[in-house]
Design a binder for this molecule. Structure first.
Ligand code: ATP
Ligand code: MG
Length: 227
């Protein structure tokens, strides 16, 4: 398993004395190259789970294992390093940097990882071709359509060759046709590169295209693949 959550509990303090329990003993395991969808109603904890799996946050109880290693033992800088080299993120809002072109936005994580500019730009071009946007390389984010912006964000998530891609409602702002297109592209690039994917979506139709589908409900999780 590349990524596992084992009996995770996560909640948030509410005021002085109350506790909001969100995840109450959630376990999920994701194999290398496997595409998993997590679905469930708004507020049920999909983003919370993805943040924990992506080492952006820590559980109150339970463990997140990356490639069999317990991540609770890691220091903050070790976690950041693991995140940078192994995990790609795509969010509902693209978070592209407005003053940089599509090509530069894709190249930035590679530059931050220490790859020389010329090489980073070549890799970014290859990825923009894969998401069918090479002819939009010079565009600033605000001159791209919503679907195009998300395809740039997908290319950016892939540039450091992660082994896991976490996608949190990446099609939340798109019409159904663009949402289906982005999801198909995301899944096909993942399969091509042997990437594991965890996709959070409330859209059951998109979720049903994953290898496995889980439903988050009242703090727990169940496998509803094929159901
Ligand atoms: N930092 C926080 N502090 C307090 N409560 C939080 C925090 N983050 C999330 N919550 C609460 O935890 C619950 C789960 O939130 P989460 O964002 O994980 O839901 P979600 O399933 O992703 O919903 P959506 O489909 O709307 O994105 C919500 O009730 C939310 O209000
Ligand atoms: Mg969410």
């Amino acid at each position: 398993m590349i990524l596992e959550a084992v009996n995770i509990k996560k909640g948030y303090p509410e005021g002085e004395s109350r506790w909001l329990s969100v995840l109450d003993g959630v376990s999920i395991s994701v194999g290398r190259g496997q595409i998993v969808a997590v679905t469930g109603e708004s507020g049920v904890g999909k983003s919370t789970l993805l943040h924990l799996l992506g080492l952006l946050d820590t559980p109150n109880k339970g463990n997140v294992l990356f490639d069999g290693r317990e991540t609770s033992m890691l220091t903050e800088s070790q976690r950041a390093k693991l995140r940078g080299s192994e995990i790609g993120f795509v969010f509902q809002f693209h978070h592209l940097l407005p003053e940089f072109s599509a090509l530069e936005n894709v190249a930035i994580p590679a530059r931050l990882a220490g790859i020389p500019e010329s090489k980073a730009l070549v890799q970014a071009e290859e990825l923009l071709s894969k998401v069918n946007l090479i002819d939009r390389s010079d565009h600033l984010p605000n001159t791209l359509s919503g679907g195009e912006q998300q395809r740039v964000a997908l290319a950016r998530a892939l540039i450091c060759n992660p082994s896991v891609l976490l996608a949190d409602e990446p099609t939340g702002n798109l019409d159904m046709k663009s949402a289906e297109h982005l999801t198909e592209l995301l899944f096909s690039l993942a399969k091509e590169n042997g990437l594991a994917v965890v996709l959070a979506t409330h859209n059951r139709k998109l979720a049903s295209k994953a290898d496995r589908v889980f439903l988050l409900e009242s703090g727990g999780i169940k496998d509803i693949t094929g159901g």
